[in-house]
Design a protein around this ligand. Structure first.
Ligand SMILES: Cc1cc2nc3c(=O)[nH]c(=O)nc-3n(C[C@H](O)[C@H](O)[C@H](O)COP(=O)(O)OP(=O)(O)OC[C@H]3O[C@@H](n4cnc5c(N)ncnc54)[C@H](O)[C@@H]3O)c2cc1C
Length: 390
């Protein structure tokens, strides 16, 4: 039985950032990251769209993402001059119909109050600023003038992982199949190989597998996989301005953004449309029937496009309120959660890792007060909703 002070289950962006910040902030004990898939192909991180935005309605979400954006903009300071995650600071453009405009305006006010650099545009201004956009049916849009865009998600997680391992964090390939507890404390985990790792603290960074991991300790965490598709398409008629477009979100939720000389797009299903099979198959009818008509209506150049590839990812979905659960379990206090980001965990991974490090080292938050994101709201069944879930 190998003892570690901290075992982190999951080596995606959240687990790797947790290990990295623990070491950065001076944790002198031993840390192991246990990861079942060290090809990193099936985790959420590598399958993400890499988007970073300030456009949230909850101050904590704005702060979590701003931490990530600052890091990305100052990457060399953190990881050295060679570090590169391909940041494209092209902004987010969240569009609204007349019905959605009051919420968009309300969110914009919260964002500005928390330091965001966004502007609210009416339909005429949208048409002027984005010549490729058909503003018909729109009442406005909120555009990120800076501090928003996208990165290569794999590269971001790899920077954390590499730096953590360089500082002595052990990366163990294996699947956790049991969590051992005694007298209200986690004592270790057992891997599929039969190996047992004892630990002083267990960090749940298992992404879409977080609910299953918590269940091994008899804890109910409503976080599980939700299947999402991303389609890559070519648009021969795209202008240079369209290639420089922001990540644009339709009032109905269809989103697209440039990806190299191509574009990517997607749409989250309504609750009753959620796929129930968690394989890696892509539903091409979802693009043809639900996405393409909306894309072509909003961007006339997208009437002639060709899907050239597509992928499936499994969102780390928090069924209670689609927001992160961060912090210790109130009774099993050496079991820490950083889960359920539901589509925004890539940008919030760095700040969440930093938060985990602060909890371990100081017993409380120093950078962002995440008390409202704690597990307690699950026990109390008190959801903390975002007003604009993307
Ligand atoms: C299609 C798609 C698009 C997205 N777009 C964005 C975006 O634009 N912006 C954004 O911020 N976020 C986005 N996300 C969400 C983001 O990718 C996730 O929230 C984030 O990557 C979560 O990171 P993680 O480290 O918690 O999870 P993961 O990267 O999934 O890491 C968890 C790891 O835990 C491992 N694991 C699980 N259970 C066990 C076990 N029992 N034993 C050992 N290992 C285990 C898994 O193999 C996995 O590698 C998107 C997600 C998807 C699917």
């Amino acid at each position: 039985m190998t003892p570690y002070d901290i075992v982190i289950v999951g080596g995606g962006v959240v687990g790797s950032a947790s290990a990295y910040y623990l070491k950065k902030h001076g944790f002198s004990g031993t840390i192991a990251i246990v990861e079942q898939d060290t090809s990193w192909q099936s985790g959420c991180t590598a399958r993400s769209c890499g988007g970073l935005r300030q456009q949230f309605s909850t101050p904590e979400n704005i702060a979590l993402s701003t931490f990530g954006i600052r890091l990305v903009k100052n990457l060399a300071e953190e990881f050295g001059p060679e570090a590169d995650v391909g940041f494209k600071e092209q902004g987010y453009l969240i569009l609204a119909s007349a019905t959605g405009l009051p919420v968009l305006a309300e969110n914009h006010a919260v964002q500005i109050a928390h330091g965001a650099h966004n502007v609210l545009l009416d339909a005429a201004a949208l048409g002027q600023r984005f010549a490729w956009l058909n503003p018909e049916g729109l009442a406005g849009g909120c555009f990120g003038l800076s501090h928003e865009g996208w990165v290569d998600p794999y590269s971001l997680a790899a920077l954390f992982r590499k730096a953590a391992v360089a500082q002595g964090v052990a990366l163990i390939q294996g699947q956790v199949q049991a969590v051992d507890a005694h007298a209200g404390r986690i004592t270790g985990v057992t891997l599929a190989s039969g190996e047992r790792l004892a630990c002083g603290t267990l960090v749940n960074a298992a992404g879409a597998g977080a609910g299953a991991l918590a269940a091994m300790a008899g804890i109910d965490l409503p976080v599980g996989p939700r299947k999402r598709y991303v389609y890559v398409f070519d648009c021969p008629q795209a202008t240079e301005a369209l290639h420089k477009a922001p990540l644009t979100v339709e009032p109905g939720g269809i989103y697209f953004r440039p990806e190299g000389r191509n574009f990517i797009c997607g749409l989250s299903p309504e609750e009753h449309e959620e796929p129930t099979v968690f394989d890696w198959e892509v539903d091409h009818a979802w693009f043809e029937e639900r996405i393409w008509p909306g894309l072509a209506e909003r961007v006339p150049a997208f009437e002639a496009i060709k899907v050239i590839s597509a992928w499936t990812g499994h969102y780390d979905y928090n069924a209670l309120d689609q927001n992160a659960v961060i912090g210790p379990h109130p009774d099993v206090t050496n079991f820490l959660f950083a889960n359920g980001f539901s589509g925004h965990g890539l940008q919030q991974g760095p700040a969440s890792g930093n938060a985990i490090a602060e909890l371990v080292l100081h017993g409380g938050y120093r950078t962002i007060d995440l008390t409202r994101f704690g597990y307690e709201r699950i026990t109390r069944n008190e959801p903390l909703y975002e007003k604009n879930v993307i």
